[in-house]
Design a protein around this ligand. Sequence first.
Ligand SMILES: NC(=O)c1ccc[n+]([C@@H]2O[C@H](COP(=O)([O-])OP(=O)(O)OC[C@H]3O[C@@H](n4cnc5c(N)ncnc54)[C@H](O)[C@@H]3O)[C@@H](O)[C@H]2O)c1
Ligand SMILES: O=C(O)C(=O)C[C@@H](O)[C@H](O)[C@H](O)COP(=O)(O)O
Ligand SMILES: [Zn+2]
Length: 401
Amino acid sequence: MSDGGPGAPAAPGRHVPPRAGLSDAAEGRLPYPVWIGEGALDGLGAIVAAHAPAHRLVLITDTTVAGLHADRVRATLAPIGEPLVLQVPPGESEKTRGRWAELTDAMLAAGCARDTTVIALGGGVVGDLAGFVAATFMRGVPVVQVPTTLLAMVDASVGGKTAVDTPAGKNLVGAFHPPAAVVIDSAVLVTLPGADLLAGAAESVKHGVIADTAYFHAVAELLPSLSRWRPASTDGRDRPAWLASLTGVVARSVAIKASVVAHDEREGGMRKILNFGHTLGHALESESGFALRHGEAVAAGMALEARLAERLGLAEPGTATTVAAALDRVGLPSGRPTALDPEAVLAATRGDKKSRAGVVEYALPRRIGAMEPAGGRWAVPVPDALVREVLAPAWHAERRA
Ligand SMILES: NC(=O)c1ccc[n+]([C@@H]2O[C@H](COP(=O)([O-])OP(=O)(O)OC[C@H]3O[C@@H](n4cnc5c(N)ncnc54)[C@H](O)[C@@H]3O)[C@@H](O)[C@H]2O)c1
Ligand SMILES: O=C(O)C(=O)C[C@@H](O)[C@H](O)[C@H](O)COP(=O)(O)O
Ligand SMILES: [Zn+2]
């Protein structure tokens, strides 16, 4: 982690109207605004001033994102204050209690107090880590989420889950800490490589499976154009044909997630549907040593868990094949990668927090576009023998497009 220098006091109250629009779909469902649109980043300063005014601003980001987008963020924040900029190295292996300690120590050393707003600029790793810093710093200060990956735009930045990983597993120490606002500038996606776009789109595939058949097919149709994307330059001058469609995808995914979270913010029941693909997904992600991106692991987890749902007689026949076909077309994993030991994956599921009374639970679909409780439960136990059965066939990375 590096310190970008001391933050100057912010002057709350200056309000320049932001250029981007509020997501109609999310408005009214969440107790905080979600701004979505190309150029939304330029309105960040005004949004912070309006929704999270503070004496001090702390910008938490990773070194990759800082090099690409931090100058623009500093510029939009300039009228309200110079942020203390704290950078961590990129990657899931940085989402740790150690980084949390370094970040909170740096804030204390800089004299930050409860009148501080944290701005999380980056992918889901930064969002979860900075969100957890904000949730815990002096028992909680506001966080504004500014996602820069597709995954963080469609999923991680909304809903208030924050966490760090531990050696025992993913997201095991965390807090619910809803953001004060979310600012999504889809134009920053042009600097993201195709593989990261695809991994993010996997969470949108999930939203389609759990809530909207037409949306599932629309996302599946868009995947090939994302997989081919190679950022030619890092300055955002290229405007790919898929950008407008992807902005719509972000809005639809945020709306689906908002409608779930609005019903069950603390995951007492229905919110578990957002965990479709994640019981096995988290196990695969951890067992790969994070060689698999989160979205890639969730892709494999969805294909495997859809198979479980069919074998249990919960899902319509053909559901798993439809999910796997959408993933296979672009080389997203649709099964257990050959290098991972099935027994180790099964064992890793037991460390997840989706266990109840020591039994691991799975949120399983009924068909593409629908999740319903089974026997009154949104997540159900699955016999180990069945999990072993779906984990048995290996998925070969050579199948990647
Ligand atoms: N809190 C939630 O509800 C929630 C939901 C889904 C996922 N997550 C978490 O999100 C994490 C995964 O997030 P991710 O996929 O965004 O990974 P990530 O944050 O590691 O970002 C992926 C890579 O993209 C780089 N990057 C970010 N923005 C960029 C840009 N605009 N241009 C170029 N490079 C850029 C990053 O530096 C990083 O190297 C996991 O830890 C997962 O558990 C949380
Ligand atoms: O917001 C939610 O709820 C989700 O489950 C979204 C998931 O995509 C995300 O990966 C989440 O962090 C997983 O939840 P966890 O409670 O299993 O850590
Ligand atoms: Zn996820």
